[in-house]
Design a protein around this ligand. Structure first.
Ligand SMILES: [Zn+2]
Length: 277
């Protein structure tokens, strides 16, 4: 039996745009900070080229208007350009009209820069949950084919613990698919696997999760960030200790760890992994 193709994704945002630093770095100050996202994402593109893997790049509109040629390079290399919203505002902090405007502004910037249609969306910090029962309907209305915006796990910053573990159709009157990020299930508990969890924990846990999901006949959904492979990023001294530990730990080891993960399983763009492209 051929093994399943899993979804590989990158959330394209800079080191200062992460939820962990939201309280110490104001959005109004972003333009004064050193931008490293273009060089880091180019390094991710090189990593995927080395591994022969295509992926989906969920990108902020804020990044697309400042680095349009990067978006074009992502598309030209055969990867999927998808939306991560405008400026990393979490969905549950927005009113419906604000979410609609955020979606449209981000997509306009991404399509303009990339010259390709955007049909996939990932909410910043997996912020679609029980507080946003209108979000999937808004995505369907805007013409999105899929969303990967749910973390079906309990976490201190995010999570919708009771959400389905695998792809599901959240709306009765639409084909829109929600593809939650992959979690491992161990002794009845769900454990997160992507992003910082992959960086901080042994890769064997992610391997276990991918195989567990594939045995159930489902594609796994993995994600990481360009700043996670950048040991040279500026240090944010004012952030809480726990945030700093999470953000900077094992960044230097990430490149080799990712290459191993890319080699041990089959990966592709999310739209293809979930069968809509
Ligand atoms: Zn993000």
């Amino acid at each position: 039996m051929a093994s399943l193709v899993n979804g590989m994704s990158v959330d394209v945002e800079d080191w200062f745009q992460v939820g962990a630093f939201e309280r110490v770095i104001d959005r109004a100050d972003w333009d004064g900070l050193e931008r490293r996202v273009e060089a880091n994402t180019d390094a991710v593109l090189a990593l995927f080229a080395e591994a022969g893997v295509r992926a989906t790049f969920f990108t902020l509109g804020w990044v697309a208007v400042r680095h349009p040629r990067l978006i074009r390079r992502i598309a030209d290399a055969g990867h999927e350009v998808a939306s991560h919203g405008w400026d990393h505002r979490r969905v549950f902090t927005m009113a419906v009209a604000e979410f609609r405007a955020d979606l449209a502004r981000a997509r306009g910037a991404l399509e303009e820069a990339g010259g390709v249609a955007v049909t996939g969306y990932r909410a910043p910090s997996f912020s679609i949950d029980t507080r946003t029962p209108w979000a999937h309907a808004e995505l369907a209305e805007a013409g999105y084919r899929y969303s990967s915006s749910v973390a079906p796990v309990a976490h201190d910053h995010y999570g919708w613990r009771e959400a389905p573990r695998y792809g599901f159709r959240p709306l009765a009157d639409s084909d829109l698919i929600e593809v939650p990020v992959t979690v491992a299930e161990l002794a009845g508990r769900r454990l997160a696997t992507g992003g910082g969890f992959f960086r901080l924990l042994p890769a064997a846990i992610t391997d276990f999760a991918v195989r567990q999901v594939n045995r159930a006949g489902q594609p796994a959904m993995f994600y990481f960030h360009p700043w996670e492979i950048d040991p040279g990023q500026p240090r944010v001294a004012r952030a809480p200790l726990r945030s700093r530990l999470r953000h900077y730990s094992r960044v230097g080891a990430m490149h080799g760890k990712l290459l191993g993960l890319l080699a041990r399983h089959r990966w592709d763009r999310v739209d293809r992994a979930v069968g809509i492209a």
